[in-house]
Design a protein around this ligand. Structure first.
Ligand SMILES: Cc1cc2nc3c(=O)[nH]c(=O)nc-3n(C[C@H](O)[C@H](O)[C@H](O)COP(=O)(O)OP(=O)(O)OC[C@H]3O[C@@H](n4cnc5c(N)ncnc54)[C@H](O)[C@@H]3O)c2cc1C
Ligand SMILES: Cc1ncc(C[n+]2csc(CCOP(=O)(O)OP(=O)(O)O)c2C)c(N)n1
Length: 600
């Protein structure tokens, strides 16, 4: 990611009618003027001045979380579900450091959030004052930009700029750290008429020559593939993508971050590429002669060993962040711009180029269709009598439908949720892809439900992840945020266990959680969820799965938690092991029970 720099904009000149507000009132007024309706936070000494006017503000709903990490992920879920900027508030020191994981997560996945933290008095900074932490310094590498505000008159400009930076260009987290004396002091409140940040000028409109060159390559390619990344969702450019895809007839793959950017039901869609991608999607990239990367960043989970990735492919790479282009794979045609515009321009240019030359891609499609027939996604039934986790997740998707929002934790259940739920629209699939943050799911689902109250929101979580942030169920129950939580309880840190099974001779070191199997059940998730004011159910047989999901779908007066007790031996297939060539997808064929069955 490019390091964007911007100083706090200078306060505009005051006039005779300029109101005088405390810095704390200025924070709240600024949020009002930005149209913010919901914030997630938890007060403490250094941010208490802000909490006082917040109490009376009628436009901003403050949701009191139980842990600041929850506020950060809730802000992320809010943003990822709605496209609007999410806001988290915390006090200095431990309050601010509790936000760090969520900030890092938002940075990796390009999520627009603004975190407002209280800081000790400016006169005490640097003295190891009570609850002092240099949060600007700590988060410098994981924010798009940070502001340290020490004067009340700078507050409106800093907050307005923070929102502008978070939401424009490559979205990301911005921190506004405000000293307590700045919150308490009075100053004229002057709202900046326009945000103009010297040094911050994201390029949105791409160069016409590059667009033409890309269109020409697409028209000439015999084995093209559109490698669609999370940038398409952040750009809200799914419709434009579909138009281009249908014009070219090229196959489409969607990364873990892009699930839903292109409908799963579309005939041109091959599914997710990468370590746990479908065989057709992995091989489409690997065997292609042209990769058109659209807001995708050639992550190692997708490329495998980068030097062996797609050896015959030319690359068109579109990204709003120039730092991403040619970072991993040299682009033959680099295009810097906003996909919302670039896709329209590319479509128009493609139609012109295709009128002259259109390569025949029939053979390419027969190869890919053959792979689709031969290697559909599948799973085998566990032999220990416990439920198949894939079945449970698939039924949640089928009974809820494509308008639902699904926020996953990290691990096996995350991969199965990416594979076995059908995504037909953007902003339906929320997860932690880049950082892989266990604990993301419940608070992110809470944030999503606040942003999109009319949609059904599921947290699909692992028994390990759930234990990291489930305290936010109290927040949901008290604030009438009726999310639904499916704990895919395999009684273990399943994804780590899977790697131990495959790469550490089956030595399962410290991955047994004792949450679901055998006589020990600590904690009992049903009792825990009931203690938090949720409707709680346990399901141990496949024949009871549908009824429990239906009960959850019908319950909207409180959160619902379902403890699905599933087999610990289920594996995520296909799997290309880390750091090898993707042509090694043969590995998946050899090791996947589903494939083995098909080959018999
Ligand atoms: C357990 C686990 C397993 C995983 N396995 C897989 C796997 O099998 N397959 C897989 O795909 N991933 C997998 N991942 C996720 C992986 O780690 C990466 O997070 C993911 O592949 C990155 O997705 P992306 O390339 O779409 O980029 P993103 O991280 O979504 O980045 C988006 C890009 O779009 C750009 N952008 C943003 N807005 C715009 C705009 N308006 N216009 C233009 N460009 C824009 C950004 O600058 C950025 O470069 C896994 C993660 C975990 C935790
Ligand atoms: C905060 C954090 N700690 C550790 C890890 C490493 N890790 C990745 S997946 C995983 C297991 C997750 O277990 P669970 O939530 O039960 O999900 P499952 O894999 O069993 O579906 C672990 C420990 C991580 N990603 N995040």
């Amino acid at each position: 990611m490019s390091a964007d720099t911007a100083a706090i904009p200078r306060p505009p000149a005051r006039t005779a009618s300029t109101p005088v507000l405390t810095g704390a009132e200025a924070v709240v007024r600024s949020l009002d003027l930005l149209g913010v309706t919901d914030v997630f936070g938890l007060p403490g000494g250094a941010i208490m001045p802000v909490y006082d006017p917040l109490m009376d503000d009628e436009s901003v709903r403050h949701i009191l979380v139980r842990h600041e990490q929850g506020a950060g992920h809730a802000a992320e879920g809010y943003a990822a579900a709605s496209g609007r900027v999410g806001v988290a508030i915390a006090t200095s020191g431990p309050g601010a450091t509790n936000l760090v994981t969520a900030i890092a997560d938002a940075y990796m996945d390009s999520v627009p959030i603004v975190c407002i933290t209280g800081q000790v008095f400016s006169t005490l900074m640097g003295t190891d004052a009570f609850q002092e932490a240099d949060i600007v310094g700590i988060t410098m590498p994981i924010t798009k930009h940070s502001f340290l505000v020490k004067r009340a008159e700078d507050i409106p400009g800093a907050i307005a700029a923070a929102f502008e930076i978070a939401a424009t260009g490559r979205p990301g987290p911005v921190l506004v750290d405000i000293t307590k004396d700045a919150q308490q002091a009075e100053a004229p409140f002057v709202w900046p008429p326009k945000i103009d940040l010297p040094g911050y000028r994201p390029v949105t409109k791409a160069h016409g020559k590059q667009i033409q060159a890309a269109a020409q390559l697409i028209a000439e390619a015999r084995k093209p593939v559109l490698y669609v990344g999370g940038g398409v969702i952040r750009a809200q450019a799914s419709d434009e993508l579909r138009t281009l895809a249908e014009a070219t007839g090229a196959p489409v793959v969607t990364t873990l971050m892009a699930r839903g950017a292109f409908p799963d039901s579309h005939a041109q869609h091959l599914g997710m590429p990468g370590m746990h991608g479908t065989v057709p999607a992995v091989l489409a990239l690997q065997e292609s002669d042209l990769i058109v990367a659209l807001g995708a960043r050639f992550d190692d989970r997708v490329t495998g060993k980068a030097s062996l990735f797609a050896p015959h492919a030319k690359v068109v790479h579109v990204d709003i962040d120039p730092a991403e282009i040619s970072k991993i794979r040299t682009a033959d045609v680099p295009i810097v711009g906003d996909l919302k515009d670039v896709l329209v321009d590319l479509d128009a240019a493609y139609r012109v180029a295709a009128a002259e030359t259109t390569a025949d891609i029939t053979e390419w499609w027969s190869f890919l269709d053959g792979l689709r027939d031969e290697f559909p996604l599948g799973y085998s039934q566990p032999t220990d009598g416990l439920m198949s986790p894939q079945y449970v997740i698939q039924r949640i998707g089928e009974l809820t439908g494509p308008e639902g929002i699904y926020a996953a934790g990290v691990g096996q259940h995350q991969m199965w949720a990416a594979q076995f739920i059908k995504y037909e629209r953007p902003n339906a699939w929320l997860n932690s892809g880049g950082a892989g943050t266990m604990g993301y799911s419940v608070p992110a689902a809470m944030g999503a439900k606040v942003a999109e109250p009319d949609r059904v929101v599921w947290a699909i979580d692992g028994d390990g992840c759930f234990q990291m942030t489930n305290q936010e169920l109290a927040t949901c129950a008290i604030n009438n945020i009726p999310i639904k939580v499916a704990i895919i309880n395999n009684s273990s840190l399943g994804m780590v266990r899977q790697w131990q099974t495959l790469f550490y001779d089956g030595r399962h070191s410290n991955t047994d959680l004792n949450t679901g199997h055998g006589t020990v059940r600590i904690p009992d998730f049903v009792k825990l969820a009931e203690a938090y004011g949720c409707l709680a159910l346990r399901v141990e047989k496949e024949e009871d799965v549908d009824a429990a999901i239906k009960t959850a779908l019908e319950t909207n007066d409180r959160p619902v938690v379902i403890d699905f007790v599933v087999s610990a031996d289920a594996m995520v297939w296909p799997m290309v092991p880390q750091g090898v060539s993707n042509s090694y997808v043969q590995y998946a064929r050899d090791h996947s029970p589903a494939f083995a069955e098909q080959e018999d």
